[in-house]
Design a protein around this ligand. Structure first.
Ligand SMILES: C[S@@+](CC[C@H](N)C(=O)[O-])C[C@H]1O[C@@H](n2cnc3c(N)ncnc32)[C@H](O)[C@@H]1O
Length: 302
């Protein structure tokens, strides 16, 4: 099987928008790195220096029609960012073994808060005594490199999760549910609409020596209506708003929740959707993404 890898340089302010656009257009995975850290393009004389740019690398199934993708991107980009240069996609065909090597090289251990590290399975944990979450990124979203995931991991790291149950809604790679269990929770559940995510969550749980009975995973329509002490949902603003009544029902009175996957301008709409059930904390922001946390009020059960 072959893959198509695209690479482009982009201004950091537009990197997230391009990442979202490419994922919606079927990319299996996207990574963003500082162009200066990992230069694959020669800087062009007279153009923006590399240190001001983000390098985006994306991966598509080898059957993807990249010409049509470029045309669609050009049309949308012209509409949204009329005054900005069009991203130029450099395309390369990769055999399985090549992209795996590229992919592996791009992941490094990351510290999340004070106790937790996310360590790719092929790297050595820098602090063996820390809480080390061993991760095989695979194709499901959730490696810890994305700000939305990092915001949730840092929040979990700061909680006392002993004897707590945790619902990971939109579990992707299972990273948040697994982190919760490693940080002391005694039970977690994962829910996702993507079969690849459910599979990845279980293989990542096994890699971290977590008994799968402590982290069962479900499609939403098959999930039991559990109530949890802690809810994490890193999805997107639209589904989070639609799911507010359902998610509120699944958090115990006095329980905690963290919502992520929300762009700064969407904060107000998502907050409003959860205010009927939760006392909300001040919003946290990272690279244009925000995290909403709160405590389930006891007085309302609806
Ligand atoms: C941004 S990823 C987050 C993955 C992981 N929890 C993390 O924090 O890195 C969002 C995940 O939510 C899933 N998802 C999107 N809409 C959903 C929905 N309505 N119900 C359940 N899962 C959903 C996607 O398939 C994807 O795996």
């Amino acid at each position: 099987m072959s893959w198509l890898q695209i690479k482009t340089l982009i201004h950091p302010e537009q990197a997230e928008a391009l990442e979202t656009w490419l994922l919606e257009a079927g990319a299996c995975a996207i990574t963003l790195t500082d162009a200066e850290d990992n230069p694959v393009f020669e800087p062009i004389r007279g153009t923006t220096p590399l240190w001001q740019l983000t390098q985006l690398t994306g991966l598509y199934d080898g059957t993807m029609d990249i010409d049509r993708l470029q045309q669609a991107l050009a049309a949308d980009w012209a509409e949204r960012f009329a005054d900005q240069p069009q991203p130029q996609l450099h395309v390369e065909i990769l055999e399985d073994k090549d992209w795996i090597r590229e992919w592996m090289d791009s992941f490094h251990p990351l510290q999340m808060g004070s106790r937790l590290w996310v360590v790719p399975s092929w790297r050595t944990a820098p602090q063996p005594e820390a809480v080390n979450l061993i991760l095989d990124p695979g194709l499901a979203f959730g490696t810890g490199t994305h700000p939305t995931t990092a915001l949730c991991l840092q929040w979990l790291d700061g909680l006392d999760l002993r004897n707590k149950s945790l619902l990971d809604f939109g579990c992707g790679s299972g990273i948040l549910g697994i982190a919760g269990l490693l940080l002391g929770a005694d039970q977690a559940w994962g829910i996702d609409i993507d079969p690849q995510a459910l599979q990845a969550s279980h293989s990542n749980a096994e890699r971290n020596q977590i008994d799968l009975t402590r982290f069962p995973v479900y499609f939403p329509e098959q999930a039991p209506q559990v109530t949890c002490d802690v809810l994490v949902a890193n999805i997107l603003a639209g589904p989070l708003i639609d799911l507010a009544p359902l998610l509120a029902k699944q958090v115990k009175n006095g329980g905690l929740m963290a919502l992520s996957g929300i762009l700064a301008h969407q904060a107000e709409a998502v907050s409003q959707a959860y205010q009927p059930w939760f006392d909300l904390d001040p919003i946290q922001e990272r690279d244009g993404w925000i995290r909403i946390t709160g405590t389930r009020r006891a007085e309302q059960d609806s």
